[in-house]
Design a binder for this molecule. Structure first.
Ligand code: NAD
Length: 296
């Protein structure tokens, strides 16, 4: 699979495009927003510079990677001639169903359609296509150029052949693929999100402050960053959306999102992307916010 289209040029899409382009794929990066596409190319350039500075790649490899990338604002134009599509648009089920319906119409029947969704059912997404055997989850982790794991999610009808091909493709990107089945949150977010939600409840109930909770998990459990900082990185809106999928999918109250998380998302405090979450990120570095409801 030489030619790949990536749909969505946000946090994940630019990283996915970067990695495919770095490993010699021609990448068509597609977004409805030209601003997002321009920003993605700047981000990829900066991340490649960092790799050059660390001597992970050469200047020539950086140039070849950038040369492998083309941008498009139309899906039907961008998917021409590709063998694989990786969708990484906004986490919204109606949007994803609309995109996959269109992809099914505008790509040849043998094209594999993958989604980077964090939690939406692969089987549901596949149901709007006429090729459920060729629809699969390819869940990269953030930041994509750095993180090794790709959670490969088999929908109810995904074929062995397609699963094996996507596992092999992931290994060619120097990633470690792990195959899982299609149930709410898959494996990564089914385990991660209840932990983040519990950290938010611990704060909400006044058991400890933001830094105390993060320090306990960093130093006590050897996590590279605390759960509240991680939530700021992921995006509090994304965390809320995933918890709602878990809550609705299992019907179990243990997944109910903490009211503080809901309030923060409604207040527009979505973490790094909006400059404020559990920490302030306005100066590019993390500063503790001491809001009244965060006090011990
Ligand atoms: P994001 O908001 O940063 O980017 C989404 C992009 O999709 C935007 O640039 C938007 O313009 C574009 N878009 C929206 N509608 C579109 C359409 N119809 N056609 C083309 N582009 C469209 O979101 P993100 O954080 O990159 O998340 C993307 C996907 O990756 C989601 O499914 C999310 O659940 C998943 N994911 C996110 C993370 C994370 O840490 N953020 C990790 C793993 C997976």
């Amino acid at each position: 699979m030489k030619n790949v289209a990536v749909i969505g040029a946000g946090t994940m899409g630019n990283g996915i495009a970067h990695v495919f382009a770095q490993f010699n794929h021609t990448v068509h990066l597609i977004d409805v927003s030209q601003v997002a596409l321009d920003k993605a190319l700047v981000t990829i350039g900066k991340n490649l510079d960092r790799q050059v500075a660390k001597e992970a790649i050469t200047e020539a490899e950086k140039a070849a990677t950038l040369n492998n990338l083309k941008t498009f604002t139309s899906i039907s134009e961008g998917v021409k001639g590709v063998e694989l599509v990786v969708e990484a648009a906004t986490e919204n089920i109606d949007l994803k169903l609309k995109i996959f319906k269109e992809l099914d119409e505008v790509t040849a029947p043998e094209v594999i359609l993958a989604t980077n969704t964090s939690s939406i059912s692969i089987t549901k997404i596949a149901s709007v296509t006429n090729r459920a055997d060729k629809v699969i989850g390819m869940h990269f982790m953030n930041p994509v150029p750095v993180m090794k794991l790709v959670e490969i999610i088999r929908g109810y009808s995904t074929s062995d052949e397609v699963t094996n091909l996507i596992m092999k493709t992931s290994r060619q990107l120097k990633k470690v693929p792990v195959e899982v089945n299609d149930y709410p949150g898959f494996v990564a977010n089914r385990i991660l999100m209840p932990m983040i939600n519990e950290a938010i409840y611990t704060l909400f109930e006044g058991v400890a402050g933001v830094e105390e909770i993060d320090t306990v998990m960093k130093l006590g459990m050897a996590h590279p960053m605390g759960p509240l900082q991680l939530a700021d990185f992921i995006g509090l809106d994304v965390c809320l959306a995933i918890l709602e999928v878990l809550h609705n999918g299992f019907g179990n109250p243990k997944y109910a999102p903490c009211p503080l998380l809901v309030n923060m998302v409604n207040a527009g405090k979505k973490g790094v992307k909006t400059g404020e979450g559990f920490y302030s990120w306005t100066h590019g570095t993390k500063e503790l916010i001491v809001a009244p409801n965060f006090k011990k």
